[in-house]
Ligand binder design. Structure first.
Ligand code: ATP
Ligand code: 3PG
Length: 404
């Protein structure tokens, strides 16, 4: 069983809190979206208000990517959100970092440097081995307890996520708790249940579709975005070279066979786009499936209005909708219509759950809200929807973990 902050005697305790504040970074190095920081305010405030001494652990970006930055900006933004001083250390587990953590007083908070600045943190380990990494060994010597609030990274078996529960009493933070509560009990949500799978993560979406159709969790799967295009090709539609090349270049060509198998097995529960929107001479132009391929091979960049109306009808009878990924290239005003329409229709459904990450920040930029739950996790939420165990969650509940 996973223990929560309700089980932790916080006063005077030095707690390592793993959060996921991995955020889009603007060209000037600023945070382009602070939603993930906001999400952790409750956990951090609660620990600090209850007299905890908090050392925050987090990653930002991946080695080699433009958003692979330090956490100084995150620390100062957290100070604003928490409305209290938040320190920053440019180290994570060195002697200097440990001395700083040891010097914390009740109610003090420090953000330690990006865990992924250290090569071991970008490797996947079994928890017992993760507990022997420099990061976990070094830092656990100055911590009394560990809180994992990083649901969005819980599908990674990296040291700061799975190692600490092997050596310290460990607890789920409030974000982790609520994500597990909602995403862990999908089968109890009202029926009929509709899954909307859009975006560009085709293999992940096909995994989700297989799983929820096989387990009878889904009454309908609505396909859109690149996922919808792959299903159209699998169904024998010629989308033209532009869309086909895109799918090939992204490495999703083999997924067409999987999509076809899925249509053979569960076709009556899978809805495919009836029309698509293309860019013709700089304008949005809609084409019915029978009019494809486009005469100039323009790419299919959004679902069209008759698909939207068809999907809205299915959603109007739904008890639960689970959405992941946009319906088109929403970053371009001409092709945001499908995403906006679909997600707005979803807010009218009794229970509406959005599988997060970039989708969540897209919705904020489109100004759409009113969902029952917007997950902080992209990959983690998808994995949870296929009922696959998340390593960081297993580490929190495992037999090997240390109890108080
Ligand atoms: N028809 C399309 N053609 C090309 N790109 C598309 C199309 N539909 C959607 N996209 C692109 O897919 C991208 C998002 O896909 P992705 O699956 O990564 O979703 P996401 O929101 O990042 O997922 P997560 O929330 O899991 O992080 C967007 O950048 C969007 O422009
Ligand atoms: O944004 C995410 O999905 C999490 O922060 C995990 O990041 P990663 O995919 O780089 O491991």
């Amino acid at each position: 069983m996973i223990e929560t902050l309700d089980d932790l005697d916080v006063e005077g305790t030095t707690v390592g809190v793993r959060v996921d504040i991995n955020s889009p970074i603007g060209d000037d190095g600023s945070l382009a979206d602070d939603a993930r920081l906001q999400a952790h305010v409750d956990t951090l405030s609660e620990l600090l208000d209850r007299g905890g001494r908090v050392a925050v652990l987090a990653h930002q970006g991946r080695p080699g990517s433009d958003d692979f930055t330090g956490l100084e900006t995150h620390a100062s933004h957290l100070a604003d959100l928490l409305d209290r001083p938040v320190g920053y250390a440019d180290v994570t587990f060195s002697d200097a970092a440990c001395e700083l953590v040891e010097s914390l007083e009740n109610g003090d908070c420090v953000v330690l440097e990006n865990t992924r600045f250290y090569s071991e943190e970008y490797m996947e380990f079994e928890p017992e081995r993760a507990a022997e990494t420099h990061l976990v060994e070094g830092l656990s010597s100055v911590l009394d307890a560990y809180v994992n609030d990083a649901f969005a990274a819980a599908h990674r078996s990296q040291p700061s996520l799975v190692g600490f529960p092997m050596v310290l009493p460990s607890y789920a933070g409030r974000v982790m708790e609520s994500e597990l509560e909602v995403l862990g009990s999908i089968e109890e949500t009202p029926e009929p249940r509709v899954y909307v799978l859009g975006g560009a993560k085709v293999s992940d979406s096909i995994d989700v579709a297989w799983s929820v159709l096989e387990k009878d969790l889904a009454d309908h799967v609505l396909t859109a975005g690149v996922v919808g295009n792959v299903f159209l090709i699998a169904d024998g539609v010629d989308l033209g070279d532009e869309s086909s090349d895109f799918i090939y270049d992204e490495g999703y060509w083999d997924e067409i066979d999987r999509a076809r198998d899925l249509l053979d097995a569960y076709g009556e529960r899978i809805a495919l786009p009836r029309d698509v929107a293309i860019d013709r001479e700089g304008k949005r132009y809609e084409l019915g499936i029978n009019a494809l391929p486009p005469k100039n091979d323009e790419g299919a960049l959004d679902i069209g209005s008759s698909t939207l109306a068809y999907y809205e009808r299915i959603l109007s009878d739904a008890g639960t909708v689970i959405l992941n990924g946009p319906a088109g290239v929403f970053e371009d005003d001409r092709f945001e219509t499908g995403t906006r329409g679909l997600y707005e229709a979803a807010t009218d459904v009794d229970t509406s759950i959005v599988g997060g990450g970039d989708t969540a920040s897209a919705l904020r930029s489109l100004g759409i809200d009113g969902f029952s739950h917007v997950s902080t996790g992209g990959g983690a939420a998808l994995r949870m929807l296929t009922a696959e165990p998340l390593p960081a969650v297993s580490a929190l509940e495992g037999d090997e973990r240390v109890s108080e």
